[in-house]
Design a protein around this ligand. Structure first.
Ligand code: ADP
Ligand code: MG
Length: 238
């Protein structure tokens, strides 16, 4: 579960082909990082996978099903944004429980899933607080908690740490990597930060102007960049 295939996927806004055509295979359990400069189409690609944007052409297949024919809620994915998007008037508990309430789950099931997510994310002692009573890192964990309770086939992260200060970023990077080891769920993580890509990814997808420049492990990209763009962005200084 959690395999995602993009076949000839394109996205055009007006007359601008933001994604001309992308083919990509993501396997079950992989931690895949989309990295590239600002404006290269990372968020657009993630939103196409999530179903928050419609593809202009091509097909996305998730676990053998044509996701491009499914609404976002039916794709089995959970997305975590840079801006947390928490409800300020609700407690941490209610924020995490929100997707389950919307899905009409029983209270007992909701309580258990929220407790489990809070334990994984070290939020147990904060369940009755409001978002404004939390640090930036804790808020981001609540946002991740809300993604976890839905038990998705894959997590999609869009620059989840870019609002945090440097020390906290390093911390949260480790936490997300540990979460991946624990859950073994497919994760797609978007960043413009090479260090995040190099330290977190099983597989890095280097994007430039809506095209894939190279796909490979951090070591492959570092030692064998396919071109000057990849070398300049990630590779060794040869
Ligand atoms: P990144 O996440 O890599 O910074 P984006 O995917 O946000 O890049 O944007 C890629 C390009 O697509 C940019 O040129 C941006 O202006 C354009 N774009 C993104 N969303 C829209 C939209 N809804 N309408 C028109 N252009 C868009
Ligand atoms: Mg973006």
């Amino acid at each position: 579960m959690g395999s995602i295939t993009l076949k000839n996927v394109s996205k055009v806004f007006g007359s601008h082909a933001v994604i001309p055509s992308i083919d990509l295979d993501i396997h079950h359990g992989e931690f895949v990082v989309f990295v590239g400069p600002s404006g290269c189409g990372k968020s657009t690609l993630l939103r196409l996978i999530a179903g928050l944007e419609d593809v202009s052409d091509g097909e996305i297949v998730i676990d053998g099903k044509k996701a491009t024919e499914l609404p976002p809620a039916k794709r089995g994915l959970s997305m975590v944004f840079q801006s947390y998007a928490l409800y300020p008037h609700m407690s941490v508990r209610s924020n995490i429980a929100f997707p389950l309430k919307m899905a009409g789950e029983d209270k007992a099931v909701i309580d258990k899933k929220v407790a489990d997510a809070a334990r994984v994310l070290n939020l147990t002692d904060y369940l009755d607080r409001k978002p404004r009573q939390l640090s930036g890192g804790q808020r981001q964990r609540v946002a991740i908690g809300r993604a976890i309770v839905r038990q998705p086939e894959a997590f999609l992260f869009d620059e989840p740490l870019s609002n945090l200060d440097a020390a906290l970023r390093v911390n949260m990077r480790l936490e997300i990597s540990q979460l991946h080891q624990q859950l073994k769920t497919t994760m797609i993580y978007v960043t413009h930060d090479q260090v995040e890509a190099m330290t977190m990814a099983d597989k890095i997808v280097v994007l430039n102007r809506g095209r894939i420049e190279q796909v490979g492990s951090p070591l492959e990209l570092y030692h064998k960049p396919d071109n000057l763009f990849v070398a300049g962005f990630i590779g060794s200084p040869k």
